[in-house]
Design a protein around this ligand. Structure first.
Ligand SMILES: NC(=O)C1=CN([C@@H]2O[C@H](COP(=O)(O)OP(=O)(O)OC[C@H]3O[C@@H](n4cnc5c(N)ncnc54)[C@H](OP(=O)(O)O)[C@@H]3O)[C@@H](O)[C@H]2O)C=CC1
Ligand SMILES: O=C([O-])CC(=O)C(=O)O
Length: 271
């Protein structure tokens, strides 16, 4: 059975561990880690079947088949190259880290050299299937428009740097427009989806991102517009925010679970 280790015991990490624990994902939950011990304890208290060991990732990667990252972009630097060196496959949620070209190249090379897989779930967006198909021909433009209730943007470096008072926003307000390369650094916990979109499509510089704070909303909305030789498409998802972290949409947790279900299943059907 696939032996999993996980870093990041917050919202997505807890959903994943529960899905392993209740058998939705057929895998062994071997070890977990978080810099925040309260989150570790909270997560452990939700599990009925598994009692994973709590250990640093440097130790767990010697024992596991797959490391799941659901912590932060910083954690990608800290743990993913080491995991690939140790011949572990990896699944990464904090995809924004790939905006760093050097890290991106290192991860691709290490995966190739060590015969490992790097899994990037669709996360909180829909439409990657069409973008991947369309990418065999020229793509003219990819635009992501993300709208969140103001509290879903709280704490972002861009908000702090520009002293934006989210409580004072009383209508639909475009607060950022720029390339995905800048968006994922300015909003590292809000638009990792822009990174996934960039990697699947035309890269971090050409992928355009607009971020809107909208107090009238209760959901996180991601709209994607793609134009290319194939024609054009638009997708729109209205995401229920996770109750424990309004920045992260519930669909992101479900997408991580769906990816792990696929990886852990030895029986694969269809193209
Ligand atoms: N790809 C996608 O579509 C999506 C990606 N995400 C990303 O996935 C990641 C997880 O999201 P979510 O579960 O909602 O986040 P949470 O904040 O709920 O949980 C993250 C946990 O990881 C811990 N952590 C962060 N960095 C490190 C580190 N370097 N070492 C150890 N522990 C660390 C945090 O500790 P502390 O509390 O101390 O910070 C926290 O306990 C985030 O980066 C988020 O932005 C989210 C939604 C969609
Ligand atoms: O969950 C979402 O709506 C998107 C998100 O936070 C991210 O991509 O980082």
């Amino acid at each position: 059975m696939l032996k999993i280790g996980l870093i990041g015991c917050g919202t997505i990490g807890t959903s994943i561990c529960k899905a392993i624990d209740d058998g939705t994902i057929e895998a062994e939950l071997f070890a977990i880690y978080d810099r925040n011990m309260d989150d570790v304890d909270k997560l452990l208290s939700t599990l009925k079947r598994y009692k994973p060991q709590v250990m640093e990732t440097s130790a767990m990667i010697k024992e596991i088949d797959l490391l799941v990252e659901c912590a932060s972009q910083g954690a990608v630097y800290e743990v993913i190259p080491a995991a690939l060196h140790a011949h572990c496959d990896v699944m990464i949620m904090s995809v924004g880290a790939f905006a760093d070209e050097k890290l991106h190249k290192t991860i691709r090379e290490l995966a190739k050299d060590n015969n490992c897989k790097v899994y990037l779930p669709s996360g909180a967006i829909v439409g990657l299937d069409g973008l991947k198909s369309a990418s065999s021909e020229e793509i003219y433009s990819v635009t992501l428009t993300t709208q969140k209730p103001p509290r879903g943007l709280a704490g972002a470096p861009y908000i702090i740097r520009n002293k934006i008072d989210l409580d004072k926003i009383n209508g639909r307000n475009v607060i950022f427009e720029g390339p995905a390369s800048e968006a994922v650094k300015a909003f590292p916990a809000n638009v990792n989806v822009a990174a996934t979109l960039s990697i699947a499509g035309i890269g971090f510089e050409k992928t355009k991102v607009k971020i809107v704070a909208n107090p009238a909303l209760t959901r996180n909305i991601h709209e994607i517009s793609v134009e290319g030789v194939f024609g054009e498409f638009t997708t729109r998802v209205e995401n229920v925010p996770s109750p424990t972290n309004p920045k992260s949409s519930y669909l992101a947790s479900l997408s991580a679970i769906a990816t792990l279900k696929k990886i852990s299943n030895p029986f694969q059907i269809g193209t």
